[in-house]
Design a protein around this ligand. Structure first.
Ligand SMILES: [Zn+2]
Length: 375
């Protein structure tokens, strides 16, 4: 492990940037995957050399200028000052999206005067107790897509200033911002219907992705494969499994307990959070595949007016159209008997392919297709 600490000062009292740290940041700021960036951005240079609470002030000014609701945890500020971008323990911190919440309320650093702490830290008058509090990790508990969206925008802005807007990392951050924006309703729908923890799961996935990139920058230029964007479709199609570290899971449930301010049964809570078990269609034929937005605006209205057009799976069961077209459904679906993989070249496949085109063709804007969305 490379030692990323730096304490040396220049003659004028500003901190020196070690060559190692400078190289890591330049590597991370590559704009072609071949060469490191040529120079540190003015923002990175200031953050790395300025003293006391300056990095905090820099962030405040930046967020205000960009009209972004965000603040930074001490861990993030410290990461910015020291160029210590990565984390090791599986719980995202340091230079990660998780550390840019809208508010520090309800976190271990809630009551801390961070600016004062940073100044005291610098002139060595900080108490051990304060140091410990300051370095406590602030766990991500994004409950809504809006919250995630704000954090991601804040992160994009800092990444742009710190690494430059030509850098791959900035492009990647921008891609996430755009993706969240473009798929906002779909993501909200998945969250509402299937996975309450989706926002925080995405937050962790984004953090881990940048952590891998920053880790790669310690030893060289981050490889193109680290920027693979198939994960975006994977999340939408629910083929990518998003992990939630157990510490974060605990934080969410205790946060929820606090919010509800009433005794709850933890097991019940956990079951509710995880929702109902999902069934996936293995080897789902692409010809049948629809995104949930497509399904909602084509299949749902069509079936509402053509109830008789739902094909039979067997004498007693209709086909489960979610399973057929989305490629997944809930275990407790009343048509779960029909959750049987569809194979190309079968009569069943033909019938469903035709039904799909009928739905697509008859698509007319319908003012209310909320009903019948759930089976
Ligand atoms: Zn079903």
């Amino acid at each position: 492990m490379v030692n990323l600490q730096q304490t040396k000062l220049n003659e004028d009292g500003s901190r020196k940037v070690s060559q190692i740290i400078k190289q890591v940041i330049l590597n991370a700021a590559t704009s072609d995957g071949i060469e490191p960036a040529e120079e540190l951005t003015p923002f990175a240079k200031d953050a790395l050399t300025s003293s006391g609470d300056t990095p905090l002030t820099m962030l405040k000014i930046l967020f205000k200028k960009q009209k972004t609701r965000a603040t930074a945890t001490p861990r993030f500020i410290s990461a910015m000052r020291k160029g210590n971008l990565t984390y090791e323990n599986g719980i995202p911190d340091n230079f990660s999206i998780t550390q840019l919440p809208q508010t520090l309320q309800g976190t271990p650093v809630e009551k801390l005067d961070i600016g004062r702490m940073l100044n005291m830290d610098e002139n060595g008058t900080i108490t051990e107790n304060d140091t410990n509090t300051m370095h406590k990790s602030v766990l991500p508990v994004s409950r809504t897509m809006h919250f995630l969206q704000d954090k991601m925008k804040a992160f994009q802005i800092v990444v742009g200033e710190y690494f430059g807007t030509n850098s791959w990392v900035y492009n990647d951050a921008t891609m996430w911002v755009t993706w969240i924006e473009d798929n906002f309703s779909t993501l909200q729908e998945i969250r509402a219907q299937r996975d309450q923890d989706l926002p925080v799961k995405i937050e962790i996935a984004i953090s881990d992705r940048f952590n891998r990139i920053f880790n790669a920058a310690i030893v060289g230029i981050p490889d193109e494969s680290l920027f693979d964007n198939r994960i975006l479709d994977g999340i939408l199609l629910r083929t990518t499994y998003l992990e939630l570290p157990s510490a974060v899971r605990e934080a969410i449930s205790s946060n929820k307990r606090r919010q509800e301010a009433q005794p709850t049964n933890q097991n019940q809570n956990r079951r509710q959070r995880q929702g109902i078990a999902r069934v996936n269609h293995e080897n789902h034929p692409l010809e049948l595949k629809m995104l949930s937005d497509q399904y909602r605006s084509n299949v749902t209205p069509y079936i509402q007016t053509h109830k008789d057009k739902v094909p039979k799976f067997d004498d007693n069961t209709d086909e489960c159209l979610k399973f057929c077209f989305l490629g997944y459904c809930n275990e407790d679906c009343p048509r779960s008997k029909a959750h049987v993989a569809i194979k190309r070249g079968t009569k069943r496949f033909d019938i469903l392919t035709k039904l799909k085109s009928s739905c697509m063709q008859s698509n007319k804007p319908t003012p209310d297709f909320q009903k019948g969305e759930e089976q």
